[in-house]
Design a protein around this ligand. Sequence first.
Ligand SMILES: Cc1cc2nc3c(=O)[nH]c(=O)nc-3n(C[C@H](O)[C@H](O)[C@H](O)COP(=O)(O)O)c2cc1C
Length: 340
Amino acid sequence: MDIERRKYEHVINSLKQESQYKISNWLEYVMLINNPLPEIDYYKIDTKTKLFNRVFNYPIYISGMTGGYQEAERINSKLADLAYKYNIPLGLGSIRAMLKNPSLKYTYDVKKARDIFLIANIGGVQLKEYSISQIIDAVNSIEADAIAIHLNPAQELIQGGDLNWEGVRDKIIELADNLNVIVKEVGAGLSYRVIDNLKHSKVLYYDVAGAGGTSWTRIEYMRNPNAVPGFQDWGIPTALALLMNKKEVKLLASGGIRDGIDGYKCLVLGAEMFGMARPFLEAVIKEDYRLIDIVISQLKGAMFLTGVDQLDKLHKVDYLLLDPLRYSYEQIRTSILKRQ
Ligand SMILES: Cc1cc2nc3c(=O)[nH]c(=O)nc-3n(C[C@H](O)[C@H](O)[C@H](O)COP(=O)(O)O)c2cc1C
């Protein structure tokens, strides 16, 4: 099947309910402690934050989704309108289709002199097919400011895709020497092994993209029902993926975030920003943008109720980790991480 057709099916299938994990992102096991004497003025709450040294109005980004077929141009343009209106970063889908067929460039080329922060995207395993200069040229041709490299072996397994992952690490290191790089999963969660393996690289941000929202194995099973069964809910829930990677690296959080309170919990757990994919896709397809204002209001509400008027004061927030998150995190800290 050609890439264009597959990309189109991905978008259609991701909007079906069966594309979503049956397990949660475990953010319900993070309890923020209400502070009824917040001593701040709600109307002075400032949600500005930085990514790659650039200031954004909100700690929210549009996770990479699409590109490479005709309809994708319309979706990416509408997402770019949102990124511009709210001053938030915009992620694109994999640029592999454009590397294979340069006439598809227009489906990614949505910056159009607008001052938005655009994040190109490519699969880690696909990096092996191209030279670093081919990728740099493609990124520059659409004026992207950074590139997200997605690590998706679970998806590739069910898709019947690329299963030879030898040498991917070195390609990531090489690309990070040349471009602003984010490393991400696609919803099954980055583990501490990834960050440990890349600790000497110049990768700048890690998006844990955990389980609990869109499941790429579920989406691939829809197209490929005879694939090896049992991986529908494979993955590390977002809250656990964040906690296990809480080290010196800069973290982004995504995976099943559907409201501003969950997003805020991710910031409290150490993420610099939180991302959403499917909710933004649904908003542009249905042309119903109310969700974004609701997410922002929830974020501000949660900041108010925890006494935080600026995002550099998150260390003041008290929270509890409930089981099974607390116990799982404890196991990771006391046994697995110690063995490394
Ligand atoms: C239609 C669609 C296409 C996607 N395509 C890509 C992609 O090309 N590259 C990538 O890194 N992630 C891709 N993703 C994964 C998202 O960036 C995100 O990690 C994942 O969907 C989990 O977020 P969610 O639960 O908010 O949807 C895609 C997601 C959707 C919904």
